[in-house]
Design a binder for this molecule. Structure first.
Ligand SMILES: *Cc1c(COP(=O)(O)O)cnc(C)c1O
Length: 398
């Protein structure tokens, strides 16, 4: 493909631009295709294989039947904006005005895209941890910004706060914090979050949070950055219903922030998708209003799935790093005699009938080597599927 245009920046940002200017397939597409052709168990892509709460599904079906099938309001339906504000108050004691400080988006992805496109000027720097959710690199590049990263290293994937302080400068426009963290399953302690807020103040940067796994934490309760002292004015908090309610195909996300920031982001958002998901918006509103037992229940279920897969991987001979949240656990294939995760993942369907993603998919091309033999496995699958995967991995041909 030799078409000019910003696609080249996005592809380069995602590390997909080959030296000859062609665009390479993502490892996600390659691994999903492998899963399809070999019939292997797909622990690559992070989507649940079971439906979410019945009430939520029923509310969407009912919304379609009762005519919620046209463009909803540009900022989202009032019922959902109220439910988001109430959720922020109920779980975190945060107060947002549903009319001026809440914006419904086409998933967290559009929220991130609109925020970056709205707030960064070409040449600005955006700081993220590394590895990072793959869309960040592409979106930062599309916005014309420079991507600066701070390493998260095994075994605990906690950042070095001195390295963080060095990465943030007066050129930094945004510090983007994904907590709980995909792909590592790390959750950041309060000292790290406080350091982010302090650096944002010192260098006059915004903080953008990606909290799509806020309810999928296994040990400690979630603290949104916006709740820390001095954070609320400069923090754009992003989340989504996809992971919490097992509705990743619905793409209902949201932003909470001060009115001036919402206005700026809305100016971009209205020309990306304008609106989306009319019948899914009232359904996610129902989900956000479910009793506490639902939210603790999803975390409990996922915790036992994490334990199941982690112990299976350990018995199979992997080094397994602790996952404290999200859908994912990282394991090291080196003790099994595989020093390169990319090569390992390409042969894993054949060896064990399992698909996983090499951690290198979540690094800039400059730092990809640091991922070495690390592999990301998703555990948001039925227990019997995880048990089968564990058994197959234990019998893996070397
Ligand atoms: C899944 C995921 C998203 C995308 O959320 P959508 O609501 O599906 O757009 C964003 N960030 C992280 C870290 C994710 O894992």
């Amino acid at each position: 493909m030799d078409t000019p245009g910003p696609w080249r920046r996005a592809a380069a940002g995602a590390g997909l631009l080959a030296p000859d200017g062609t665009i390479a397939a993502t490892i996600f597409a390659e691994m999903s295709a492998l899963a399809a052709t070999t019939g292997a168990i797909n622990l690559g892509q992070g989507f649940p294989d079971e439906d979410g709460p019945r009430e939520v599904l029923a509310a969407a079906a009912e919304a379609i039947r009762s005519g919620a099938n046209q463009y909803p309001p540009g900022t989202g339906i009032p019922q959902l904006r109220r439910a988001i504000a109430e959720h922020q108050h109920r779980f975190y004691g945060l107060d947002y005005d549903p009319d001026r400080e809440v914006l419904v988006t086409a998933g967290a992805t559009e929220a991130l895209a609109a925020t970056l496109l709205a707030l960064v000027e070409p040449g600005d720097e955006v700081v993220t941890f590394e590895p990072f959710y793959d869309a960040y690199g592409a979106l930062i590049a599309l916005a014309g910004a420079r991507h600066v990263t701070v390493a998260l290293r095994a075994p605990d994937f906690a950042p070095d706060l001195d390295e963080l302080a060095k990465a943030v400068t007066d050129r930094t426009k945004i510090i983007l914090v994904n907590n709980p963290h995909n792909p590592t399953g790390a959750t950041f302690d309060d000292a790290t979050l406080r350091a982010v807020v302090e650096l944002a103040h010192r260098h006059n940067a915004y903080i953008v949070t990606d909290e799509v796994y806020e309810h999928l934490r296994f040990e400690t309760p979630h603290t949104p950055v916006a709740r820390l002292e001095g954070a609320s004015d400069r923090t754009i908090s992003i989340s989504s219903g996809g992971k919490t309610f097992s509705t990743t195909g619905w793409k209902i996300g949201w932003i909470t922030a001060k009115p001036a920031l919402i206005t700026a982001i809305l100016a971009v958002k209205q020309f990306l998708t304008y609106v989306n998901g009319a019948p899914f918006q009232p359904a996610i509103a129902v989900g956000l209003g479910l009793p506490d037992s639902f939210f603790t229940g999803v975390a409990d279920t996922l915790r036992s799935k994490r334990d199941l897969l982690s112990s299976g991987l350990r018995s199979a001979g992997f080094d397994v790093f602790p996952s404290h949240g999200s859908y994912f656990v990282v394991a090291d294939a080196a003790p099994l005699g595989f020093p390169d995760a990319v090569g390992f993942c390409r042969t894993l369907p054949e060896r064990a009938g399992v698909v996983a993603i090499p951690l290198s998919a979540f690094y800039t091309s400059a730092h990809r080597g640091e991922a070495r033999s690390l592999v990301r496995f998703a555990f948001c699958k039925k227990e019997e599927v995880l048990e089968r995967a564990a058994a197959q991995l234990a019998g893996m041909t070397r």
